[in-house]
Write a protein that binds this ligand. Structure first.
Ligand SMILES: [Zn+2]
Length: 89
């Protein structure tokens, strides 16, 4: 990766998106024609249960870069949280 020193770990982000039932079709349609490494991969989605939330786990240099993996319509309606694994004792 350009600009990264040896041993640098790229941050991980959880992308959390929520929409209502009326927006559901628009959200899926937004992916058409959008080039993203997330296309073709599984996302965690609760639309079938009527909750209409979507989650992705992505590695990126920043929250902005993480959100760029989503089509603009979704990115504007998604929260990116930088996360790391912590043992819960
Ligand atoms: Zn939905």
């Amino acid at each position: 990766m350009p600009g990264l020193s040896v041993g640098t770990v790229m941050p991980t982000f959880i992308l959390a998106h929520v929409h209502d039932e009326a927006e559901c079709r628009v959200v899926y349609a937004a992916w058409r024609g959008y080039d993203s490494p997330l296309r073709g991969l599984a996302a965690m989605v609760s639309c079938a249960s009527g909750d209409h939330r979507m989650y992705w786990t992505v590695d990126a240099d920043s929250a902005h870069e993480a959100l760029r993996q989503l089509p603009p319509y979704l990115a504007e309606r998604t929260h990116a949280s930088e996360v790391r694994k912590v043992a819960i004792r």
